[in-house]
Design a binder for this molecule. Structure first.
Ligand SMILES: NC(=O)c1ccc[n+]([C@@H]2O[C@H](COP(=O)([O-])OP(=O)(O)OC[C@H]3O[C@@H](n4cnc5c(N)ncnc54)[C@H](OP(=O)(O)O)[C@@H]3O)[C@@H](O)[C@H]2O)c1
Length: 161
């Protein structure tokens, strides 16, 4: 069981604009699904609000200090990082940290691997960014081209080569 950060980042480190993701790459959505199905996905309440329904075939763990979400299958609301990490010994799947910025920041010290889609754009008016040093202490170990100009890099903890 691993804790894995998964994110799509533009050329300036942006991940969002006005509460949503300011690009659409179906190859990346398909890749995200492929990676996360059968696992647990941890998201912030704002990211939860961008979904029309829970991510299917995944345990949806929504973080919020106070918001209530109506009970529904495969969705749990947890109030803090410790509550999420307490699940770790009992999960028979990986724990994907799927954003947004606040939640990535919350788990920076715990994430063991990053899966980063490099969006080939410099989007204007973005307001949500990855922390500048989020890949510090990680090294790339694999990459994949989802389509022309759309690359994913896999990182693990370890010294840079
Ligand atoms: N490009 C990508 O891969 C990607 C992925 C995901 C999201 N996004 C984008 O990122 C943006 C949202 O990011 P964001 O940083 O504004 O919001 P967020 O992290 O999605 O959600 C923030 C909320 O989550 C709760 N939360 C966060 N940290 C917590 C903690 N440690 N303990 C308890 N609750 C916690 C709080 O909810 P309460 O206020 O209810 O307490 C907080 O207001 C959107 O634009 C979204 O589209 C991009």
């Amino acid at each position: 069981m691993s804790i894995i950060g998964i994110v799509a980042v533009d050329r300036q480190g942006a991940i969002g604009r006005r509460g949503s993701i300011p690009w659409h790459y179906s190859a990346d959505l398909k890749f995200f699904k492929q990676q996360t199905v059968g696992h647990a996905c941890v998201m912030g309440y704002r990211t939860w609000l961008t979904l029309k329904k829970p991510l299917p075939n995944r345990l949806n763990i929504v973080m919020s200090r106070s918001a209530e979400i109506e009970g529904q299958e495969s969705v749990i609301v947890l109030r803090d990082k410790l509550s999420v990490l307490s699940l770790k010994p009992y999960l028979a799947c990986d724990l994907f940290i799927i954003g947004g910025e606040q939640v990535y920041r919350t788990f920076l010290g715990e994430i063991e691997r990053w899966i980063v889609t490099e969006i080939p754009l410099a989007v204007t008016d973005t307001d949500t960014f990855m922390p500048k040093d989020y890949l510090q202490g990680f090294r790339p170990y694999s990459s994949q081209e989802l389509e022309e100009n759309l690359k994913v890099t896999f990182y693990e903890r370890g010294e840079k080569r």
